[in-house]
Design a binder for this molecule. Sequence first.
Ligand code: SIN
Length: 285
Amino acid sequence: MNGNGLSITPSGGGVGAFVDGIDLSQPLSDNITGAMRAVLGDHGALFFRDQDLTPDQHIAFAGEFGPININRFFPAVDGYPEIAEVCKEPEQESNIGNRWHSDHSYDAAPALGSVLLARETPPQGGDTLFASMFRAYDSLSDGLKKTLEQLRAVHSSRHVFGRDSAAYYKGRPGLAERFSNADAAVQDSIHPLIVRHPISGRQALYINPAFTVGIEGWDNGESAPFLSMLYEHVVRPEHTYRYQWAPGSIAFWDNRATWHYVVNDYHGSRRLMHRITIEGVPLEA
Ligand code: SIN
């Protein structure tokens, strides 16, 4: 318990902390949001239980942490352009988020993070795995850290949300059709491979298998195996935590400090999540 009545319990895995003793439907004091921001900067993700929020309360909570990003590619909840719907219907085979990724790394100022609220969950399965990019950095050798600190990586939205996304969705039927606005997928950005977290100042590895397309100045034959080696390192079990959802559960993750991956093991059941993404800042080494 800290001085604000918040109870913070580290997840026990490599990333995330549970936050209890708070009703997110009520306005929050600056002390509380400041404490949450600090925990997010340290742990990379905040997990809440039993938060029965209306869409307006969901928007008000997320808005405490920065301006809301209106998603270009996801369907929105009716009447709420701020809330993206992440859904898999019982008859659908593929789900959204079934590859390790960090949202919006293709933007010049990548999103701070997202507040994802579970509306309907399957009786079993549909967990989300998180990985800590702080731990991934910390556990590299000093020699490799020095090398990575000199590099920058190129990130893009084109191959995921653009017109030429067929290769990305190979083997995942029906998924590409759930996104729209392919002509808006024109973002390419270059970020340092090792960033300083804008809240905590901790160093984090900043690349991800979905949106990173190469290392600046390297050709693909050099970049691809090097990035694969780093990706394998990130998902070591010691760096991860597997979050189980129930209706009213919330995960608030920081994209600069984490990856996430949604397990697709709940065929025949509906899983409906409401996601609000918060704008971030340009990232520095
Ligand atoms: C996402 O990848 O943003 C969705 C995460 C989830 O549905 O758990």
